[in-house]
Design a protein around this ligand. Sequence first.
Ligand SMILES: Nc1nc2c(ncn2[C@@H]2O[C@H](COP(=O)(O)OP(=O)(O)O)[C@@H](O)[C@H]2O)c(=O)[nH]1
Ligand SMILES: [Mg+2]
Length: 231
Amino acid sequence: MKIASVDFTVGAVDLHQLPKDGLPEVVFIGRSNVGKSSLLNKLANRKKTARVSSTPGKTRELNYYLVNKQLYFVDLPGYGYARVAEHVRAGWTALIENYFHSRKQIAFAVQIVDARLGPTDLDNLMIGWLDFYKIPFVLVLTKADKTPSSRLQTQMIAVEEAMSKYHYLHGIVPFSAMTGDGRNDLLKIIEEHILVAQDSSLKKFIRRDEFNSSRNGRFSSKDSDRTTAVA
Ligand SMILES: Nc1nc2c(ncn2[C@@H]2O[C@H](COP(=O)(O)OP(=O)(O)O)[C@@H](O)[C@H]2O)c(=O)[nH]1
Ligand SMILES: [Mg+2]
């Protein structure tokens, strides 16, 4: 997928403010400071696509970016920021759970974790929600440039093992916003899922095994015209 345009659309504080055009959504999730904004900016190849909050942990907005006039990247508020009042935390939880539960446009999720740490307890909670709400997702291990390659190998194996119980996990991608490593792999995975989600003959939410069998049929070399649909 080539990203030709990215336009900020809305910073929604409740679900009534979400776009009503029905375009598919790719949602980006991670704890505060994990590198979510940097990843979004790297995907867009821009320095300042993702809005940066001056008070980290305080924003509860779902920031919508229209990509190629065809789909949305949704930047979810980061979680796990220590100095957040309990009622803010509870509000965040309710907003996100409602969003996952009710938003049929969610086609795919990108769960971002720190390559050095692997998934934290809160990350695991989010991953559990994604799986529960049947949202296909990819796990991105970011800041890979800060991790020695031998350590990254070991971490990949450990994370694969720990994630094997999730049905809706569609891959683990090491990534660096600094070097751009993983950018093409991530865009490819996103594109595949958007194509499947847009195909009305298929169910929107599909299990990993179902996805793989549908992909084998759909993404053959003869289908190369299809794969440029969102390019
Ligand atoms: N070395 C390195 N630093 C990163 C990477 N991604 C983010 N950072 C740094 O981590 C900090 C938090 O990044 P940011 O994108 O604002 O995180 P967010 O709070 O999740 O949006 C910043 O200082 C970034 O420069 C990466 O891939 N490699
Ligand atoms: Mg950010």
